[in-house]
Structure formats: C-alpha cells, structure tokens
Design a protein around this ligand. Structure first.
Ligand code: ZN
Length: 186
C-alpha cells in the first residue's frame, strides 16, 4: 500500500490544466493504484491526479462499489435536467457546499489497457464524474457556489487551512480504517 500526500486548496497544481495521457506505462498504472490506496484511506469516492500533485489527465472513482480509472475523460452528453446536492472535496477538507449539476452524463474515457469505453451515469456517479473531470481542468466545486455561499466556504477554509502546511494533507495510515467503506468525498 502506497499512500500519496493530498494537495489542498491554495496549491497552484489544483488550478492547472492537465496533460492528456499518450501512453499507458507501468508508472501510470502504479500511480493509479497509489491513487486508489490514497482515496480509500481518505474515505473518498473519487480522486484526480492534480489532487496528488500530478499533471496526467487521470482520475480514479469508486461509487456504488464499482471502482474504475478514467484516462483522458470527456463528457460527450449531458442532461438538461439538473439536481442540487452537497459536495465536499478531499482537497478542501471540512468544507461543503450545494452544487447544481446535470443529473445524467455520458462520459468517454480510456482504461488502463488503453481501451476506449463509455459510461452512462446518473445521480451520485454522474456527479462524481463531473467533479473529477472538473479537477482535470483546474476547476473546483467551490467555483459553482454563489458569491455569498462561496464567501462562507472560504471563511470556513480560512480556519482549516493552517492544518495543512505547504498545502499538503498527510494521511495517517491506520490499518483498522483502511478497508472501511468510502463515504462521499470527492
Ligand atoms: Zn475534489
């Protein structure tokens, strides 16, 4: 098990555009595995490469006990019907906010074998996919909040951020917790 440090709000890497993956290498496979380890330990349901300080266009997801990697993902279709739900982010610990997103999306991506696949997603999985794909383009859920709500979220973050010197969130490995079911942080 190899756990990576999570970058938190303030680290410029979270605002950078990622680079499309051209080739699946052993190094990339190892990165994906380490990202799963990190996500599970942090009790998340999604984690994107910039959140561990990387620039590859890749994210890992585990929603409804279905775990998979998305490489170079693209939203190819999204519903006009939207829903509002509370989101959190492993890179903005203890800050939450309601985000309106399409209920249904179709995403095209590549897997770790270099094969293209499409996924139809609703509800939580659709939300998670959109949240992670946003990360791959330097966008965060707080960007969707109204001015007032965003101000509230930033005030909360102002009290939290000193826990993460250098914008780094170090996870403690506690074997008893490592295999718990993930909750809903993205
Ligand atoms: Zn996030």
């Amino acid at each position: 098990m190899s756990v990576l440090d999570i970058r938190v709000l303030g680290d410029p890497v979270l605002r950078e555009e990622t680079t499309p993956v051209e080739q699946i290498t052993d190094e990339l496979r190892a990165l994906a595995k380490n990202m799963f380890d990190t996500m599970y330990l942090a009790k998340g349901i999604g984690l994107a490469a910039p959140q561990v300080g990387r620039s590859e266009r890749l994210a890992v997801i585990d929603v409804n006990e279905k775990a998979f990697v998305i490489i170079n993902p693209e939203i190819v279709e999204s519903d006009s019907k939207t829903s509002k739900a509370e989101e959190g982010c492993l890179s903005i610990p203890d800050v939450y906010g309601d985000v309106v997103r399409p209920v249904h999306v179709r995403v095209r991506a590549m897997d770790l074998d270099g094969k293209s696949f499409e996924i139809e997603a609703d509800e939580l999985l659709a939300r998670c996919l959109q949240h992670e794909i946003d990360h791959l383009h330097g966008k965060l859920f707080i960007d969707y909040l109204s001015v007032l709500k965003r101000r509230g979220a930033m005030a909360k973050w102002g009290k939290e951020k000193d826990k993460y010197p250098g914008f780094v969130r170090k996870l403690e490995i506690d074997p008893a917790r490592a295999h718990e079911h993930p909750d809903e942080e993205l």
